[in-house]
Design a protein around this ligand. Structure first.
Ligand code: GCB
Length: 593
């Protein structure tokens, strides 16, 4: 009897039975043993989804000389991974559909090791096959996932095939309509990660809620049913602790230390080493406390004004999805130059490079899931998808002290059936996973008349900040002098954060003329900012603001052929990096705070 064959068949049967969803990815992939699968992948573009019934993952080869196959990866184009497909081939510019990707790799399987196929993100849906076998699927364009492939790896050559599908869906998250470019494909890193049989899969090492000297959290091993010993070290402060796990591989962390705390002025981070058996996993972790006290936000116990800016994950110069640390640097250094101490990374979880770099540069981070505007909350699958995205976002980044806010929705509407139940349950779930950060919902259901602005969405009961998107001066005309604008809210005890404000301007368009309106001039945009900044003095409990947004960005819903040409022009910077007049207003304001 050949046990190897039986084992393989069993593994295949289990996979077929499960036809599983991607597992939540292990964290800190950067710190692990791995084979990068980035680089050129062969592709088949499949606008009619024909590859599904042709079963292209089988890679059938003609059996005889007169046989033929109506698909092949050979002879077709290559695309770079990580990278969106839209920006790489002219004919894919506005493409929303299926692209099949293929990559061959070699990995000799080592005795006693386990192997995981890891994807940083695929937008929007991924079906993944290894050596002709379907591993499973993942939905959600901005979070990592993995499949264990230990039993399926072949000695010589292995082939991974991914069906990446960025078609928008009525019950997708986001749904059909959104104001950014739908970059599809394998947009983040791919790797084959090698681990021990039992390995450190996850950990949560941050300051305990409300404390500035107690580190608390846990370490989790995968692959054990016995108690184990793990070690946690922070060499710089001579901390070296031994912990025992329970039978599920879970060890609690709780110890007092004297640490230099992370802040935008001193973004101090420590080398943290976790050891289990032969495994040594290293991370760079910072420690800070974040809390709300009445209408104040406190960082390390001190009141802080959040000087933020909204950022989409697009490289404006190259008109593509950001994929690497250089892209992150381009965006974050512009935010720094503006005088920000925080960035709101909209409207989906950005690349891990960006979060890590923000932390290093001293920028606090607001991270959010794409629960955006018209979500079909009453679809039976939607609340579960929201939960999964929220879990995947928090799981990846909960060791990043820069992240101070998890944002769970943007501009949803109180009357939408099922909204409250889905968002309340996501909030509860998020709080259970991580009680150390602020959890926020952003709303724009407001009234503004007689120069009185009123905020009333009941979702703020579940939000640590009253986070408001308001476009007075653009979508809403001023109802009087901005210095006299009054703000009222049903939540007077909570801090107010202006999560979006601004207006459009085409860089270089300085003076409105008789034919054109004032709109789209730099001067008019600057005026909006001046008035908004004046109004901020009248907002009780204001804890921070966040202009919409840093760079002009691609958005096909922006159809004014004179000024927009497929761009949302609310940037303080043009897509070429030119500073509009409004940039200087914000910079001056941030300098004064
Ligand atoms: C909003 C949305 C943001 C839009 C922006 C705009 O309220 O949250 O995604 O793009 O308005 O430019 O209208």
């Amino acid at each position: 009897m050949n046990f190897k064959i039986i084992n393989n068949t069993l593994a295949i049967l289990i996979l077929l039975l499960n036809n599983c969803l991607g597992q939540t990815a292990m964290i800190n992939v950067a710190g692990r043993n791995k084979l990068s699968l980035n680089g050129n992948w062969q592709v088949i573009i499949d606008p009619l989804d024909a590859g599904e019934w042709r079963q292209v993952w089988q890679e059938k080869k003609p059996a005889t000389k007169s046989d033929f196959a109506e698909y092949s990866f050979e002879g077709g184009p290559f695309l770079k991974v990580p990278g969106d497909f839209n920006s790489q081939l002219k004919e894919l510019n506005f493409y929303e559909g299926v692209v099949w990707y293929k990559k061959q790799f070699q990995q000799s399987k080592k005795q006693g090791k386990r192997y995981f196929l890891y994807f940083g993100a695929v937008n929007y849906r991924a079906d993944v096959f290894l050596n002709g076998i379907k591993l499973g699927s993942h939905e959600g364009g901005f979070t990592p996932f993995q499949f264990e492939v230990t039993s399926l790896l072949k000695e010589n050559s292995n082939t991974v095939i991914v069906k990446a599908d960025n078609r928008r869906m009525a019950n997708g998250i986001p749904g059909y309509g959104y104001d950014w470019f739908n970059y599809g494909g394998i947009t983040r890193d791919v790797a084959l990660v090698e681990t021990e049989q039992t390995f450190i899969s996850d950990y949560f090492i941050q300051l305990k809620k409300g404390s500035r000297d107690t580190v608390s959290g846990w370490i989790k091993l995968d692959g054990t049913s016995a108690m184990q010993r793990v070690r946690l070290k922070i060499p710089e402060i001579n901390f070296n602790g031994e912990l025992n796990t329970n039978r599920q591989g879970y060890a609690e962390v709780n110890f007092k230390v004297n640490l230099k705390l992370w802040s935008p002025q001193h973004p101090k981070r420590y080398r943290v080493v976790i050891e289990y058996g032969n495994e040594l996993l290293i991370d760079t972790i910072g420690f800070r406390s974040i809390e709300v006290n009445g209408t104040d936000v406190l960082l390390n116990g001190q009141k802080i004004f959040l000087k933020s800016v909204n950022i989409h994950e697009e490289n404006p110069f190259e008109k593509r999805r950001c994929t690497n640390e250089n892209d992150a640097h381009l965006l974050l250094s512009a935010a720094k130059e503006l005088g920000c101490n925080m960035v709101r990374l909209v409207h989906y979880p950005h690349n891990e490079y960006t979060i890590r770099l923000a932390e290093k540069m001293g920028l606090m981070v607001w991270s959010e899931i794409p629960v955006y505007q018209h979500i079909n909350f009453s679809d039976s699958t939607v609340p579960g998808k929201i939960q999964t995205m929220q879990q995947e976002m928090v799981a990846r980044d909960r060791n990043r002290c820069a992240v101070i806010i998890w944002s769970l929705s943007n501009e949803t509407y109180p009357g939408t059936p099922g909204r409250n139940a889905a968002l309340i349950s996501a909030t509860k779930n998020c709080r259970e996973m991580d009680n150390t950060r602020l959890i926020v919902h952003v709303a724009n259901t407001q009234s503004y008349s007689n120069n009185v602005f009123n905020v009333s969405d009941t979702i703020y009961h579940y939000s640590d900040l009253v986070a408001v998107n308001e476009y007075i001066g653009w979508y809403l005309p001023w109802q009087g002098n901005s210095t006299e604008t009054k703000w009222t809210t049903r939540f007077p005890g909570k801090p107010v954060f202006i999560a979006e404000f601004g207006g459009e301007a085409l860089y270089g368009h300085k003076i409105g003329n008789a034919r054109d309106t004032l709109a789209w001039t730099e001067g008019y945009q600057k005026e909006i900012y001046k008035n908004q900044i004046q109004m901020f003095d009248n907002i009780p409990g204001l804890c921070g603001v966040c202009p919409w947004l840093l760079f002009d960005y691609r958005s096909p819903v922006r159809m004014n052929q004179v000024y927009q040409k497929g761009y949302n022009r609310k940037g303080l910077l043009s897509e070429s990096g030119n500073k509009k007049l409004a940039w200087w207003e914000v910079k001056k304001f941030y300098k004064s705070r």
